[in-house]
Design a protein around this ligand. Structure first.
Ligand SMILES: NC(=O)c1ccc[n+]([C@@H]2O[C@H](COP(=O)([O-])OP(=O)(O)OC[C@H]3O[C@@H](n4cnc5c(N)ncnc54)[C@H](OP(=O)(O)O)[C@@H]3O)[C@@H](O)[C@H]2O)c1
Length: 409
């Protein structure tokens, strides 16, 4: 194998979120790293490089295709870390995970597809342990704020109470942002696969679906399934679409941390819609809209019409102005067995799915390349909280516009 020239390669640099990430790395991180961009199309890659301006003139480019294993192994031979934004991951992601695991190359991505992540763990965890490859899925809005927010809260609970909070709930207090075609394609692909497969529906309904089988507690988990009033926050709440992946990652973190949050830890996520009648109406509308989207995604012609006429196409997403105006504000309430409460707030100053996600992913990849040594964190399938912990929280606060704070009452 040739020497690894680069700290990091961004694969899928020409995707909607890959372009945001590449710009962020050029403008904010570049000097810290020896990095390169890769994609399947030479013409698109050249045009991306041109658009990144004079600071990107020396940026190396590489061609690789998910359908060409040799090109992926070539990519891995050049770098210590690969970031991938080539999705839907369930359709295009496995060959790169396999190449990384076989070559001992570290990897992080934006996958939010539970069934695919589970498949990757089952197929490749043993080999990753042998080769030393650290694989970290979910390094974007799903699931970094949730996973690191709970981790941050539990660290504070240990300091204040001497033990973790057995009950934590996350509520999205406010957010502004849109969806890209790639995210929509990934969501619709999960719905389509689940509609055809009862075993997959059972897997998706299992809150411990990403936990190692020997560390899956039998504790029943709460969840906001329709509109309900949340007395802890004094507001109406509705189901939060990303909770389907975030809760699974938080439970995996707890399992990998030998149940540091407690063996009977319970966790759920929802979105707050406001107070009074207007809040109630908004919660009902949101819950019904989500159910309608899922129902339309199951029916072939309705799914086609949604993708063709309503939703963004692959490569499209929120404009730079919309990303700038976007933000998110998430609240975490931890409760102890004797009723004491701890409140934490996690915010981001760009739209969650793209402006902030590009930065989170860039910092996760940088953290993996520069901060996290192999003896301490060996090969295997990690979560953001278990491999990065405080190191990434610090980076996100200094370089990515996120804040993590305890709310004092
Ligand atoms: N976790 C989060 O918070 C979060 C946020 C945003 C996005 N995402 C996920 O990130 C992924 C990317 O989203 P997006 O909106 O940026 O998607 P997108 O614009 O549709 O981009 C998909 C990319 O995959 C590339 N691609 C497809 N087939 C390939 C192949 N065989 N070999 C190499 N590259 C191939 C495409 O290449 P071309 O450019 O040549 O077409 C394109 O660049 C999606 O899975 C989405 O769900 C997650």
């Amino acid at each position: 194998m040739t020497a690894k020239h680069h700290d990091l390669i961004v694969f899928g640099a020409t995707s909607f979120v890959g372009r945001i990430l590449a710009r962020y790395l050029v403008e904010r991180v570049g000097g810290e790293l020896d990095w390169a961009i890769a994609a399947r199309s030479a013409a698109k890659l050249a045009s991306l490089k041109d658009s990144l301006g004079p600071r990107a003139v020396q940026l190396p480019t590489m061609i690789a295709d998910s359908a060409d294993d040799a090109s992926l192994r070539g990519l891995c031979s050049q770098t210590r870390v690969v970031i991938s934004t080539v999705g839907p991951y369930a359709l295009y992601g496995e060959p790169l995970v396999r190449a990384c695991v076989e070559t001992g190359t570290d990897y992080c991505d934006l996958a939010g597809e539970v069934q695919w992540i589970r498949r990757m763990i089952e197929r490749y965890e043993g080999r990753a342990r042998e080769s030393g490859a650290r694989i970290v899925h979910c390094c974007g809005f799903d699931s970094i704020p949730s996973d690191l927010g709970v981790y941050f809260l539990q660290q504070e609970a240990m300091r204040r109470f001497g033990h973790p909070c057995p009950r934590v709930k996350t509520r999205v207090r406010a957010m502004r942002g849109g969806f890209s075609g790639g995210t929509v394609a990934s969501l619709l692909n999960v719905i389509k696969e689940a509609a055809a497969d009862p075993a997959l529906r059972r897997l998706l309904a299992n809150p411990y679906s990403l936990c190692p089988p020997t560390r899956s507690p039998a504790v029943r988990q709460p969840g906001v399934l329709f509109a309900e009033f949340d007395a802890d926050f004094g507001r109406w709440a509705a189901p939060f679409v990303m909770s389907a992946i975030n809760t699974r990652i938080v439970h995996r973190s707890n399992a990998l941390l030998e149940h540091a949050y407690g063996a009977d830890f319970t966790y759920d996520e929802a979105i707050l819609t406001g107070r009074g009648f207007a809040g109630r109406l908004a919660a009902i509308g949101l819950a019904a809209g989500l159910a309608g989207f899922a129902a339309a995604g199951v029916i072939g012609p309705a799914r086609w019409a949604l993708q063709r006429f309503v939703l963004p196409a692959p490569g499209e997403g929120p404009s730079p102005a919309e990303q700038e105006k976007g933000f998110f504000d998430m609240r975490f309430r931890g409760t102890t067995a004797d009723g004491r409460a701890l409140d934490v707030k996690v915010t981001g100053d760009r739209d969650p799915g793209y402006g902030s996600t590009g930065r989170m992913l860039g910092q996760a990849g940088t953290c993996l390349a520069l901060d996290i040594g192999k003896p301490a964190k060996p090969g295997g399938f990690w979560t953001p909280a278990t491999i990065f912990g405080e190191r990434l929280i610090d980076r996100l606060q200094v370089h990515a516009g996120l804040s993590f704070e305890v709310i004092e009452h």
